[in-house]
Design a binder for this molecule. Sequence first.
Ligand code: FPP
Length: 255
Amino acid sequence: MKQFKRWFGGRSEGDEALAGIDMDNIPDHVAVIMDGNGRWAQKRGLPRVAGHHSGMKNVKKITMAANTLGIRVLTLYAFSTENWKRPKEEVDYLMKLPMEFFPKEIDELVANNVQIRMTGWREGLPDYTLKAVEDAIERTRHNDGLILNFALNYGSRKEMIAGIRSIAERVKRNELELEDIDESLFAKTLLTDPLPDPDLLIRTSGELRISNFMLWQLAYSELWFTDLYWPDFTEKEFYEAIIEYQRRARRYGGL
Ligand code: FPP
């Protein structure tokens, strides 16, 4: 009951911070590196996967917070191209999370007008993972509210190399002149197209790195870090990050 009320906008831990937000200056796109699940679990003497499970539950809470603010896109870094190097049991567990998350949450996501998207390579994902994600995308296809975008099997360098190759091929086939290559053409080759670049990047767990995440798209994003592990990150800190974002002067290299 408590969860139900919170999902539909009942009182939550973040209400005080929420009151401090300027609703006329909401970022269009917030991206989150959800880090610290493993350490959260280890601290409690639990297996690492228990941290991922708790992290999955937090996805719902932060999605609700983003929805409350009218944010257009919330991208969550759920699995990187480098995460395949982890032990098989952990990778298998992570790959099964969409099969648990979406069937459980899809009705409320639909009721809240959320659109599910995915940024990443579909090839390489197990069929069951892809099906769970594709079904959720299909179920929310007619919604026009918050885009909840999962970066899954995503890596920015690979994305950019693929983009460079596709442009080089078009030049080779004489479909493009070298002079036609500009920022907007390159951005169209990226997996995030046509989403706007993130205005704000949040990373949890105290690590101060970008970790091969949206290297091109983050060029002018504001960065916000917290020591909290992802499962401990609540709507309160999410709203605090937005307030801090609103205090920053974005100059894009100008004055
Ligand atoms: C990084 O923490 C987190 C991940 C690699 C997985 C994030 C995934 C979720 C939170 C669930 C996503 C939900 C769906 C529905 C796809 P870490 O394990 O690297 O933590 P550590 O640095 O403490 O080891």
